[in-house]
Design a protein around this ligand. Structure first.
Ligand code: GLN
Length: 549
């Protein structure tokens, strides 16, 4: 395809990120890192993720299998890679930026039933591929970004993402090669017995990429060690690009170092060459934060008490939110995982579990297993004045614990658990009225960003610094309005409410009772960025630091 055709006038540059050899190489963090580097005060970025699976969205997948479900402002449940994009680049994603094969085929079949293709045989090529290209171009026309980063999930060669790869190749015909950069992540393993890096799998991978019609402009090599010149030449020769377009992507302890590592290897210069433009970047504050991480002044331990603790990916955003606050407060935050089923089964005592722990997070979750263990932990941290942050289910359990122990409502519980066989006279947490008649499980929770009004003089109001805020949600249950008064009269501060005052969004104990006992029905971890940490996590780390002094 010649590069000299005429194409509709658009400033948008497309950057594709593909991966090969195997999954799990960190395409998401690579995409996010490149996005952060090309971002500056006046560039606009859209990040698109194409996922091959046939689920419409990952909301119905098990977090132990697929990692955390990430929720966007508009309520779309997306792949956790969106978390990386938002945290690194500081963009807020939109549901239509995630194209799954499930969404793609639903749309095609809907069109077919509607009669849009009358007389035609609908095929992957051209129909599915054109549908993808039209989707990308629709996003370009709607947002008019300077850059559109498009990450293609899975590895090149998988059947289920082949239509996305084909579309990436064919986009040239629509926008011109001069407006597209192809970046491919490959892998160079090390032979254990000799400690030698072997490039053969990468060479085969790149041959496969070429076969699919894509010639990478930049290759990022994931490996344990940096490739020497000789090995770089082997890779660059197999794609026919200059050696300086081969970027080492070695394993890093801290993912926020990745943009700086790419920058050092002049990836921006390569992009400038590809697009024939000048790219300004500003990594000053970022470098400062990295310096804070490298030279922390304090070290603390925070326990995350959950059920999916076997797979830390299910709490990825919570961990990152702690890292962000730690970086800003020059504090190294160690995480201790507590499996709360062990506590309720009597295998672990609360005081043993919390030994050496400076603060506790009870994060979101579903189902009865582990619940009573979490409630025991909350009682302990409330009584022993250990800083505590409850997130979503964490708020619901803090309210249950407070109702049982302080308000004297002995078996207070959530109707989420009475559905699983528990009984209660006091359904202090109850299903949201609009959730009562829903039996479809996909995308039907109370999802996405909702506003809350914060009460004057509270911890949360001070941390957010304003009265009206917005956080993202993913839940079906809420504090039962019949009990708002009882909770308040017993000393629980309902510090943030929905604007119509029906839903409790934040609760806390007054500072003279407890140094930091704060919980929210929202998931503020979904809006924590490296350069702008979420206020409640910042408050937790800060209160621990102050307690330590
Ligand atoms: N299971 C609870 C609910 O549905 C909490 C959900 C969550 O923590 N995300 O309301």
């Amino acid at each position: 395809m010649a590069d000299s055709g005429t194409y509709p006038d658009s400033k948008t540059r497309f950057i594709f990120i593909t991966g090969g050899v195997m999954s799990g190489l960190g395409k998401g963090t690579a995409t996010a890192s490149i996005g952060r580097l090309i971002k500056n005060h006046n560039s606009k970025i859209v990040v698109v993720k194409c996922d091959g699976y046939l689920n419409v969205d990952p909301g119905t997948m098990n977090p132990t299998e697929h990692g955390e479900v990430y929720v966007l402002n508009d309520g779309t449940e997306v792949d956790m890679d969106f978390g990386h994009y938002e945290r690194f680049i500081g963009v807020e994603g939109e549901g239509e930026w995630n194209i799954t094969s499930g969404k793609l085929f639903s749309r095609l079949i809907e069109k077919e039933r509607h009669g849009d293709f009358l007389g035609k045989t609908i095929q992957i090529i051209p129909h599915a591929v054109n549908e993808i290209i039209d989707w990308w171009l629709r996003l370009r026309d709607k947002y008019n970004p300077d850059y559109m980063l498009i990450e293609i999930g899975g590895t090149v060669g998988d059947i289920e993402n082949s239509w996305f790869i084909e579309a990436a190749h064919r986009l040239k015909q629509r926008v011109g090669k001069q407006n597209i950069g192809y970046i491919h992540l490959t892998y160079v393993p090390m032979l254990y017995n000799t400690g030698e890096l072997k490039t053969k799998p990468a060479q085969r991978d790149l041959a496969l990429v070429n076969e699919q019609g894509i010639s990478p402009d930049i290759v990022i090599v994931r490996s344990k060690y940096n490739l020497n010149n000789h090995l770089k030449t082997k890779i660059s020769d197999s794609v026919g690009i200059n050696k300086n377009r081969i970027i080492n992507g070695i394993d890093m302890e801290n993912i926020y170092e990745i943009p700086l590592a790419f920058n050092k290897q002049n990836i921006l210069h390569s992009l400038e060459e590809i697009f024939n433009i000048k790219i300004e970047t500003d990594m000053h504050e970022w470098e400062q934060l990295i310096d804070n991480i490298r030279h922390p002044e304090k070290e603390i331990t925070i326990a995350i008490c959950g059920k999916y603790t076997a797979l830390h990916d299910s709490y990825a955003s919570v961990i990152e939110a702690l890292n962000h606050s730690g970086a800003h407060l020059k504090t190294k935050v160690n995480i201790k995982w507590i499996e709360t089923t062990d506590i309720e089964n009597g295998l672990l005592k609360v005081e043993d579990a919390l030994k050496g722990v400076d603060g506790v997070i009870v994060p979101g979750g579903f189902g009865l297993r582990g619940i009573e263990g979490k409630i025991q932990i909350i009682r302990y941290v409330r009584e022993n004045k250990i800083p505590f942050l409850g997130l979503c289910l964490g708020l619901q359990l803090a309210v249950i614990e407070f109702a049982r122990d302080v308000c004297g409502l002995k078996d207070a519980n959530s109707t989420e658990f009475t559905e699983e066989g528990k009984t209660t006279e006091y359904p202090i947490i109850d299903i949201l009225p609009e959730q009562k008649n829903i039996d479809h499980k996909g995308g039907t929770m109370r999802l996405g960003a909702y506003p809350a009004v914060l009460k004057q003089g509270t911890i949360v109001r001070e941390l957010y610094g304003r009265e009206m805020i917005s956080e993202r949600h993913r839940h079906r249950y809420e504090v039962n309005p019949d009990y708002h008064k009882t909770l308040e009269s017993n000393g629980l501060v309902l510090s943030g409410m929905s604007p119509d005052r029906k839903l409790v969004e934040f609760v806390e104990l007054p500072k003279n009772v407890h140094p930091y006992f704060v919980a929210t029905q929202a998931h503020p971890e979904l809006k924590s960025w490296f350069e702008k940490p979420a206020p409640l996590f910042y408050g937790l780390v800060k209160s621990i630091n102050e307690n330590h002094l």
